[in-house]
Write a protein of this length. Structure first.
Length: 382
């Protein structure tokens, strides 16, 4: 009996271990292995239906990925949305909207639970189009929560955000650079631009050299020949007729010089002006245009306009006095030069006077620091 009592607990231990191991085996055999990549592809295909619905103008297709009801999170509020109640309004929106493009700004992030029953999708796109007759440009990010329902992925929660004014402004300025040919929105190291110019009274020549922190304007006009140089480390002017050098530029002359750096301003106005702000859309040169307003160093507004269709800079205007008088500058005759787009004509318009600039020599990334600080004439006499 003593031996039997000793062996009895060991028998129970063996039985327990056997049952435990069997239960693990059964549990594992009851769960199919999850093919995560395949499930991600299914989810992406589902989200792609929403994009297709925009172009097909099909509200039913738009909501096909959604469950019959879901949580909608936006603007600080949470509400339960029923699919049946959304179809009609969404159909009206899709029919009123002409989509030019929907561009992914980053790769989507898809996460799936270990048991393959829940998932999360994070996406971000830029939407460009015309709603009714009004241009729209939205930077949108969102997160969907999906659940397997009857072995099908369905959206059960959506959270949406739109970019703020600053983010949208910087994005537009980056798109301008990219459409001009500057990869990853980089700015050039320098620009050289020589123009033959016609004013109300005379012909003259203007040479503009620009770098990120410096600008040099040389102008030969009748019996006048001057250099105006502004920069982070030095600013000066020189009269090439009298050889007189002024070691400082007044704020007004600095603003005048910067306003003539036309090619640089078409690419990187944020290096000359401050506080860019996307105002909205306006008509400029008889076309829809992005309107971005800067402030100069004395807080006067400087308004830049970019084609809604192509992102090409159309021009800018500056308010020059308290009465609201403006100088409007137009960029015209855009051409491809190597990898970049540059304009070859520009006009300054002030009241009844127009100054036309015909650029006869434009060089990108070909100007040295020595050129920028050169106090000798670089323009040949007329």
């Amino acid at each position: 009996m003593k031996g039997f009592k000793t062996a009895l607990p060991n028998v129970f231990v063996i039985i327990y271990k056997t049952v435990f191991l069997c239960s693990i085996f059964l549990a594992q055999s009851c769960h199919k292995s999850i093919d995560i990549e395949n499930e991600k592809q299914k989810i992406q295909a589902l989200i792609d239906l929403t994009e297709q619905a925009h172009y097909k103008k099909d509200a039913e297709l738009f909501f096909r990925p959604n469950a019959e009801q879901w949580y909608d999170v936006r603007k600080g509020n949470v509400q339960i949305v029923n699919k049946a109640n959304k179809i009609k309004g969404t159909q009206s929106y899709l029919e009123a909207m002409d989509f030019d493009e929907m561009i992914k700004r980053s790769d989507p992030i898809i996460e799936i639970s270990d048991d393959g029953t829940m998932a999360s999708y994070i996406g971000s796109i830029t939407v460009k189009g015309v709603l009714g007759e009004q241009p729209v440009y939205w930077l949108v990010s969102w997160q969907n929560v999906l659940k397997k329902i009857n072995d099908q992925w369905k959206i059960i929660s959506t959270a949406n955000t739109e970019a703020d004014e600053i983010t949208t402004t910087l994005h537009i300025l980056d798109q301008v650079k990219i459409h001009l040919g500057f990869v990853d929105a980089a700015i050039p190291s320098s620009i050289y631009a020589l123009a033959h110019c016609e004013g109300p009274e005379k012909w003259f020549k203007t040479l503009i050299l620009s770098q990120k922190n410096d600008g040099r304007m040389e102008q030969l006009y009748d019996q006048k020949h001057i250099i105006l140089k502004h920069g982070k480390n030095s600013s000066w002017s020189k009269d090439l007729i009298t050889n007189e050098v002024n070691k400082n530029l007044s704020p007004e002359v600095t603003l005048f010089t910067r306003a003539h750096e036309l090619h640089w301003l078409s690419i990187a106005p944020e290096t000359r002006y401050k506080n860019p702000r996307f105002i909205g859309f306006t008509q400029f040169k008889n076309q829809n245009a992005f309107h971005i307003q800067f402030k100069n160093s004395i807080d006067q507004p400087v308004n830049f306009y970019y084609s809604f269709d192509s992102f090409l800079p159309l021009g800018f205007d500056i308010t020059i006095n308290d009465s609201g008088e403006k100088v409007t500058t137009l960029f015209e005759n855009w051409q491809k030069q190597g990898a970049f787009f540059v304009f070859h004509k520009a006009s300054f318009i002030q009241a009844q006077d127009t100054y036309n600039y015909d650029f006869v020599d434009i060089k990108i990334n070909a100007t040295s620091v020595q050129d920028m600080n050169n106090k000798n004439a670089m323009i040949k006499q007329l």
